[in-house]
Design a binder for this molecule. Sequence first.
Ligand SMILES: Cc1cc2nc3c(=O)[nH]c(=O)nc-3n(C[C@H](O)[C@H](O)[C@H](O)COP(=O)(O)OP(=O)(O)OC[C@H]3O[C@@H](n4cnc5c(N)ncnc54)[C@H](O)[C@@H]3O)c2cc1C
Length: 1005
Amino acid sequence: MNHYAITMPQLSDTMTEGVVVTWEKQAGDRVERGDIVATVETDKAIMDVEVFKAGYLAGPLAEVGATVAVGAALGYITDTAGDVAIAAGEVVEEQAQTEMIPHHAGTPIVMPQLSDTMTEGVVVTWEKQPGDVIKRGDIVATVETDKAIMDVEVFQEGFLSGPIADVGSVVEVGHPMGFIVDDASKANDTGVTISADHKVKDTHKVAPPSADKPAHLPIPKTAPAQVAATGAMPPVPRPQGRQASPYARKVAGQLGVNLAGLAGSGPSGVIVSADVARARPSMAEVAHALPQVDVPGQGRAMTSMEKAVSHAMTASLTLPTFNVTVNIDTAKLTAAAKANKVSVTVAIAKACSVAMAKFPRMNWAYQPVDKLVERANHDFGVAVMSNDGGLVVPILHGIEKKPLQALQSDWTGLVERARVRKLAPAEYSNPTFTISNMGMLGVSHFTAIPTPGISAILAIAANGPQGTPFTITGDHRVLNGADVALYLATLKQTIEAPEGWIQGSGVGGQGTAAEAVAGATATISAPVSPIPEGNWDVQVVVIGGGPGGEDCARDLADHGVKVMMVNNEPFPGGECLWRGCIPSKAWRAAADVIRNRAHDAEMGVDGTDAPKLNWEQVEKHRRWVQTSRGEMALKADRGMKIDVREGYGEFVDAHTLKITPVEGEPYQVTFGAAVIATGAPAFVPPIPGARENLASGGVVTSDTIWNLAAPPKKLGIVGGGVIGVEMAQIFRDFGTEVLMLERHARILAEIEDEIGKTLIAALEKEITVVTGAAINEVSGKPGAMKLRYANKEGVESVFDCDIVLMATGKRPDTGKLNLDKVGVELDGAAIRVDARCQTSAPHIYAVGDVIGGYMLAHTAATQGRVAADNLLGHASEYDQDKDCGVTFSRPQAGFVGLSVAQAKAKGIDAVEAKMPMSIDAKAMITGETEGMIKLVADKASGRIVGVHYLADHTDTLIGTGVMMVAGEMTLTQVAKAIFPHPTQTELFGELARRLLNRLRRTAKK
Ligand SMILES: Cc1cc2nc3c(=O)[nH]c(=O)nc-3n(C[C@H](O)[C@H](O)[C@H](O)COP(=O)(O)OP(=O)(O)OC[C@H]3O[C@@H](n4cnc5c(N)ncnc54)[C@H](O)[C@@H]3O)c2cc1C
């Protein structure tokens, strides 16, 4: 077992110590080379701590806020999974950062690996000379890779020192090109020869370089090629009775290499990544293994790019390919592109993506050995001629999600950089499909060669009498002829009828400016089932008058549709207004006033720390908000000509609803289409005594808690979800003693991991939480209830309390709707719908809590509007990836979009940055320093896909996150936005800039 110390780095000349600001990884987490594990505050700024050792983070970790001397341990990396802390006295072998670094020569500047295929690079220029002062972020050299010319940036202060690699010399990835020393006097007077296994072999004096010739760096001849382990393949298990480095296992997982029987060249025969690389021949080795023809002549050495293309093309010979061609009339697409002010290339890429939605296989890839990578992200490489005549293939990312205008803006920047071959690695690595358009060069027909990693490449030739030939060359291991033929037929339709997916395509010159704007969000084709024609009483009946039903009915009525809303309550608003969001937040508001007073004295205001609860007034205020809003809603609904009926609705047949009013006889209405928005009541599990005590009021749910004569003195809560936690803190602030029981190992399981854990830690300071609990019985009467439970060790206890709140979730109850009579199918208890909220009966839609998913008011309302949109004939979809929510705890938790884990599960290579509230000026002023904000972005495109909060005022701050995610904003846009000072919103700009810097740095590694 090996342990390595992560030491406080020296990040500036003057730095002697640093303060730990955050841990970006937790003890026990897997750590890869180049990962950022923590941030520290120095005398200059907050900086990331990167480690260059793979393993598992292990404690003891320096506490957040602790001051640690430069060189002292912040934490450890161990090579054993499951170790969260190393024991006192265990041997720490070396520093995690200094692996393979020859200290006495200074810190090496190594040839960065800038793409998956890059094994070496050519030094093009030195931007600094030995002896020059180097600052963090300085560009010291440029190198030519197989794809582009890139800057080499360094992140250490000091002086450039020899030996440095000559301009024009080829340096293998990971090998030093030069060094940085911390003292000008050390520059150039020592050097090292690096052996094939990257160890210091020889230390020798080198002459100071003459002005025109820098010291030469000896380059090893037989160093093994580096292998980049990318993607999400799990590492292969350790071979039996053998040792393999974690990195070797990861690479083996990537390449499908069996470690059994592999010779290990590491210490004591350990298998290292180079052994794995040798076991699977590289593209270069494949190329050289093929029969070579003797060509007379001298031959000059290929450039890096020429070599890479040659090797990739030879490796392509392993792909069994076939070609299929169709002729397509591109005139309408060209006109539509012009009307929308986008290039034809962008319009074709979007058309390829729209057609690919029906044939996702075109976007897959074969992965050795015997695997298929099923990708949903449309990241298309599009060939561009560079200024020096070569071909560069920049990638348009996220084509399936982005509107045309956004793609055009991405494309403009990409082309500029591609022309001068200044692309970042993420901009040319890992396309999922490739387009090559040689039509503009007058080529009448051609085929292109797909490279390993994609299964299809599209070759577009020049327009001819039959139209423009579109030829796809496909990898037969992934695609068959029919797949490609059907895809091309759909692509032909898509291109020849752009008005189906680019609104305001301007075909025939009729497009208006407004249409052009609409066209920017290239929508999908019209819905299959608008409202059926017929002699119905109403065109659409909406069942349920909560946020889902009401928003749907209003949108329909707004568009002149005859709509009836049937709700079995006197006023609209549903659970949200009468039993959920509104009353609970009215209580929370009173509780906030009490809680906030605790900070008054800190800020210099005395005498306000003993507030007294006036329960009667709290309830009066709450009821006033509810009834006012209920009356306002009913008035607005009627004013909009919605036919509002109070009564219970149930289906009689596909177009008939029976309504049973509270008073009077049941009656029937006929309808063309229906929307079910009946919500989901609180669910009480069959715990002995739980359901039985509902009637007495000794057990309450979120439906029945609203009639308390006074807050309970002691409250038992069963269930640690959002509703349970909100209630627990409200009553705690009202002075109640609270015990929370949760059957699972963690409460708040639905909240992002780190946010959830931090909130739990805050909560546990206020209330008692027992997880892994078995609730055995609930008994007694209101005011004298007994909650009998066993903890995870099986030890039984009884909690005496006034009432028990069952906060055990909500479950749709559709038993009485007669769904079987109309062909609406269920998925468990919820109604099954597609993204358009359409059920298995095409004329019936369902929205809100009754369809499961996020059970939130704004989700229901959004889905209501989606259903209305589809019924109105505008295609519309609910996108959960852009949804959001707030937990009204203290501090408040909130999410928008995806967490890193959720994004990764969707195939997005996501990264995150976080900032603790404790460093924010405004939060310090108001004493609201608990929590953090996190930004999650797609590494490739910089698009912000998630924002996560634990902070006071999350309910306001979340709006900024919603706009970023909904507007698909990029880190660059947020980094450049101007946020006012002093407000917590400044953190968004800070986070975006930090994440951008981080991505820039890791891209250079
Ligand atoms: C304590 C609590 C706090 C909450 N806090 C928040 C919050 O802060 N933020 C948030 O976004 N969400 C919150 N929610 C969730 C929110 O209340 C629901 O997600 C939302 O109300 C769901 O809307 P809906 O339209 O799907 O259903 P509902 O609001 O439940 O409305 C359904 C309506 O249909 C009626 N109905 C049912 N069956 C029939 C029938 N057969 N015929 C006629 N009418 C029928 C019901 O009586 C009801 O009026 C909270 C919930 C609770 C319990």
